[in-house]
Design a binder for this molecule. Structure first.
Ligand code: DQA
Length: 178
């Protein structure tokens, strides 16, 4: 099973290329997805890429990432600066979270200086346009999480196939070791 890196994008990022190109550039969200997939491939990982303008949908994907992903890259866009719901959902994860922005919010309006993602993020990449996403994924290179997830997944799928029907209790015990 391939390692999955979740890349989650918030409101208005579907408008990339059209929306304020002097700030966000001319690339589209499809370009961002292509770049993420290419970068992840070099790490032997696969990207699960999502965008929504709806807060609840973002929260559902964050919750899904808890068991499905080895890392989460998130550009929560405007919700970065306002969403306690996203903060709470991120807090429940024990995989690395990397906060990403195309622009540098700290060089912009005051209301963009507050982030509800930063306090739970392992790292933050901002200001490099769509290259921020590439740098974030590249930053995972050689990190133990990719390896740890690999072991857990390999064990899960091996034990799951071999003995899961008979040893559900013991399997859960083993899982908690990783
Ligand atoms: C953004 C910065 C946010 O302040 C803004 O609301 C966005 C995009 C960025 O990628 O630069 O929508 O997250």
């Amino acid at each position: 099973m391939t390692k999955q890196i979740y890349v989650i994008n918030g409101p208005n990022l579907n408008m990339l290329g059209i929306r304020e190109p002097h700030i966000y550039g001319h690339n589209t969200l499809q370009d961002v997805q292509d770049l993420c997939e290419l970068t992840a491939k070099a790490l032997g990982a696969e990207v699960v890429f999502h965008q929504s303008n709806v807060e609840g949908e973002l929260i559902n994907w964050i919750q899904e990432a808890r068991t499905a992903a080895c890392a989460l890259i998130i550009n929560a866009a405007s919700l970065t600066h306002s969403s306690i719901g996203i903060y709470d959902a991120l807090k429940a994860l024990d995989i690395p979270i990397i906060e990403v922005h195309l622009s540098n919010p700290h060089a912009r309006e005051d209301f963009r200086h507050k982030s509800y993602v930063s306090p739970v993020a392992f790292g933050v990449v901002a200001g490099f346009g769509i290259q921020s996403y590439r740098l974030a994924i590249d930053g995972l290179r050689g990190k133990r999480w990719l390896f740890k997830w690999n072991l857990k997944t390999a064990l899960d799928s091996f034990l799951g196939r071999a003995i899961y029907p008979f040893k559900r209790f013991h399997l859960n015990g083993l899982r908690s070791m990783f």
